[in-house]
Write a new protein. Structure first.
Lengths: 192, 192
DNA sequence: ACAAATCTGAAATGTATGTTTTAGATTAAT
DNA sequence: ATTAATCTAAAACATACATTTCAGATTTGT
């Protein structure tokens, strides 16, 4: 008996995400958001909710998107080691050629300790990536593609830590060579 | 012929820094700040300036403080390698036992691309740390305390990248063991 | 075609924001 | 002691903010 929502919610969330990505949670105003989403604030409040709920939706989308992407990549794995180096190179490419820096990292540092809901989502994302990479590292060790004294867990944490560091480095120095060298060195530590 | 400033500017800056540290630049309001600094906003505007100038002062203080600290440490260096492992362990202790996460990293991700003044300060800080550590790595290589295929530059960038990653890891997982293991593994890669 | 439902747009809400003004208190030099 | 400077405190400022209201447009099932 009733009218349907006019705007494409998924696309609107996508636009909102881009605003948060650029300005951060506190830096983005509702006007910035509704303008980018091209909807009126009443529509936003009637469908998605307030600013915080909108942000949670954006982060959820971002996080789930990354999980899907990772799963898709994993299907065409030849060797575990190649999958790992593939992930590392993907990370390098994202850092060097995408406009924004990782939304998950940015949000982690902005909302640490102040927003439990969002932090829970980020933890979920982090743990997924961790498990995903851990699985690859374990397989690579089993198949003797990787030779290492450290356990798979440590190697996994180590690789992920480096990703974060590269993001910061590139924000500050904007030096692609630096990132590429670090990636090369990281890879050289378990495959040569 | 005139009255002097009543409040201790250094202490006030310190208090303001703590607020920014907790809430970020956009998250901290002038009322949060003046309340913590225990001064009236008119005094603040008459002496230090507006919110942005206050923030620049805070970051400058933070950054210079770190530089002094590093220089102080360096005076009592026995071996370059020990100085390096000392820095790594200091970083671990800061992550595990200090209340706030690194203000420089937090700010880098919050204000990347939106605040050139602050970014310049952070770049200065980053380059100081880089040169400081690079110098130690070079000496350690000369003195054959470190054996590595990679150049000193890469090793240096690599260590610093890990610091950032550990911060993020600890915010998300709050797992001290994880950080300690990564530090141990990092150290093991050039000294065994 | 009707009627109930609910979405949309513009304006209004109240609060919080960063900043400025004002008046008076305090100080230092003469 | 007087004068000139300038600091302090409280209140006032305008603007920006997140959010709500309301009237009217639109759509769906009957």
């Amino acid at each position: 008996m009733a009218r349907n929502v006019e705007f494409d919610e998924e696309k609107a969330i996508q636009k909102a995400m881009e605003v948060f990505w650029k300005k951060g949670y506190n830096g983005a105003s509702m006007r910035d958001l509704t303008e980018a989403m091209q909807i009126n604030s009443s529509s936003l409040y009637n469908t998605i909710g307030d600013k915080h709920q909108l942000f949670v939706r954006c982060i959820t989308n971002y996080v789930h998107g990354r999980m899907k992407e990772a799963s898709a990549h994993s299907s065409k794995i030849k060797s575990p080691l190649k999958a790992i180096t593939g992930m590392i190179n993907d990370c390098v490419n994202t850092i060097l050629y995408s406009d924004n820096h990782c939304l998950a990292i940015k949000t982690t540092f902005e909302l640490a300790g102040t927003d439990p809901d969002v932090m829970a989502l980020l933890r979920e994302d982090s743990e997924f990536t961790h498990e995903f990479l851990l699985n690859l590292v374990q397989k690579a060790i089993e198949q003797k593609e990787i030779v290492t004294k450290a356990d798979a867990e440590t190697i996994t944490n180590f690789i992920i830590s480096n990703f974060t560091g590269w993001h910061e480095s590139y924000i500050i120095h904007k030096d692609p060579v630096r990132i590429k060298k670090m990636a090369k060195y990281l890879i050289s530590q378990f495959s040569e």
